[in-house]
Design a protein around this ligand. Sequence first.
Ligand code: UD1
Ligand code: MG
Length: 450
Amino acid sequence: MSTALVILAAGKGTRMNSDIPKVLHPIAQTPMLVHTMRAGSVLSPERTVIVTGHGSEAVAKVATAEDETARIAEQTEQLGTAHAVAQARAALEGFKGDVVVLYGDTPFLQPETLERMIEARAQNDLVILGFEAADPARYGRLVMNEDHLERIVEFKDASDEERAITFCNSGLLACDAEVLFSLIGAVGNGNAAEEYYLTDVVEIARSRDLKVTAIACDEAETLGVNSRADLAAADAVFQTRARSELLGLGVTLMAPETVYLAADTIIGRDTVIEPNVVFGPGVTVESGATIRAFSHLEGCHVSRGAVIGPYARLRPGAELAENTRIGNFVEIKNAEIAEGAKVNHLSYIGDASVGADSNIGAGTITCNYDGVMKHKTTIGENVFIGSNTMLVAPVTVGDGAMTATGTVVTRDVEPDALAVARAKQDNKPGYARKLFEMLKAKKARRDKGA
Ligand code: UD1
Ligand code: MG
């Protein structure tokens, strides 16, 4: 059976108090919408439709960056969840199969839950995802009759008796596309909010003698984000879960609560992460590496046995081979550091490649930017770059070469050569003593005058 996803993402999220559309706020540095799309991808959807409204352009951009085949259906006026799903109709033209409706602001949905919804669909015409709410608050209530779902009543429209129900609506559902759009066609807006409620499809389906059921998932999975406080809480939940997963996979986190992970962080067994390390998106660390305290990594790859930090910054495109050493106050960007190479202190290596077993001295800078364009620095194998070398790119330093401390390298250095480019030293005997005396006398005159 083919499946299509319809992800509702038109809401403004007023309580976020933000210029950014709600679904683009990140959890673990990944927009909430992308979390939902990734969960949905377990169903190998034939089509994915994102219903956008507030900040439509920005939302569409993020959605299509994640999945270039995603279709965008704009809902210009937010008239309710049924109206939102109806907007996806044109984008699903010609599609035959099940539609699964998801919300763009529920980042904790588990792929297994979606699989269970599809399994339940085999025996039912319409499947709703519910959960036992610790505090049912303003959720829609699921009115069950044995295994059948009779109807969903929104909090605003519920009687006291119905409000006592704790089995609540997550908002997610699965239904045959044709059936769903036919049901939605019959939904009106004669309710307390004057909205077209998607939840009304249940009662309409029952009146047509269709089989409707609700399956339950853990409440944590349906956690929606409505405010910055919710966002922070959701991020904390994510972090706690991701850290314990890593610990389970054999990664040492010396102070787990101080390590901040991204949704896609991958770390191998026996890697040690010291306290206060931040992982941005797109980081993979292989087995047996050490990431020392206060390091910041994003968009980079760290191989086996590498030691990073303390206080290192790895930016996108940093590609570190096995047993490399990146020390304190070193920034690496878009650069390959080959096996056994060392950049231990106070350096910037950007748009560069450093060959195996080369040593980059303290304070070395690749001068990669001329104010308009970026240029590449190529350093061979077994090179020794002296401290405080400026490598003015584009420039190449051959295998086995050396640069003298303080050298400004503006021309290529051939293999095994020593490059020296600095002013010659001149020692003037006795000058220091004379200079001190002169300065002291000057100070004494000034102090007296004052
Ligand atoms: C909805 C359900 C409620 C359920 C709750 C779970 C309805 C009528 N009610 O209520 O039973 O317990 O979710 O969180 O469906 N959206 C649009 N366009 C619209 C309206 C909403 O795209 O015109 C999107 C929102 O951005 C959001 C989702 O649909 O992602 C849910 O909308 P929201 O207004 O939060 O619905 P609730 O009142 O919470
Ligand atoms: Mg809501």
